[in-house]
Design a protein around this ligand. Sequence first.
Ligand code: 8X3
Length: 233
Amino acid sequence: MCRTLLNAGYSVIGTGRRSERLAQLQQEYGKHFFPLTFDISDRHAAENALKTLPPQWQAIDLLVNNAGLALGLESADKVNLDDWNKMIDTNVKGLVTMTRLVLPQMVARNQGHIINFGSIAGTYPYPGGNVYGGTKAFVKQFSLNLRADLAGTNIRVSNVEPGLCGGTEFSNVRFKGDNVRAEKLYENVQYVTPQDIANIVLWLNQQPEHVNINRIEVMPTAQTFAPLNVARN
Ligand code: 8X3
């Protein structure tokens, strides 16, 4: 997403925990890229990081809240409670923290766009989706509620809800380093790619200011719906 926006002429603040990845982008894009290393689940780290932004980087027109993770696919009675907390800390608390920190200057300038990352898991339940799907349902409703609060402003809010998206570390993280299991998920299927999603983010933001896409649900053509489960005696 950073590269797609940079190639389209945007100046980008890239955030993440791994400074070496951000340094790589800075090397490639020079003064158009500003690296900001922090863990989004640490509220004070996020507050402090944003305070270090030089004045010319403080007017943020587009906030892309894509940081998030799924951990495990165990059923709710067996799940690791730390995993649930980590998903809530990142997907919910991290996302609302960033939104609350960036939104005031958007409101002051009456300009801006927040693009949140939900998931199809926020709409369609699946076994083991439990808290992950719950966090993404939160993101969906939070995005819509932001629009209600921002009535009368020019600030846009969109929720991107991807389905099976390969070519990221999503499943390696979900399966805690079981890379064979992670790779299997993407075998013999044309999944949605990070570039597909980046193109959608750019397209959402490039709509005219009077056009707000509230939600956009994206699946690979190869992914559709399973029948509802009926447990029989
Ligand atoms: C990513 C899609 O199906 O793994 O949020 O929940 S899924």
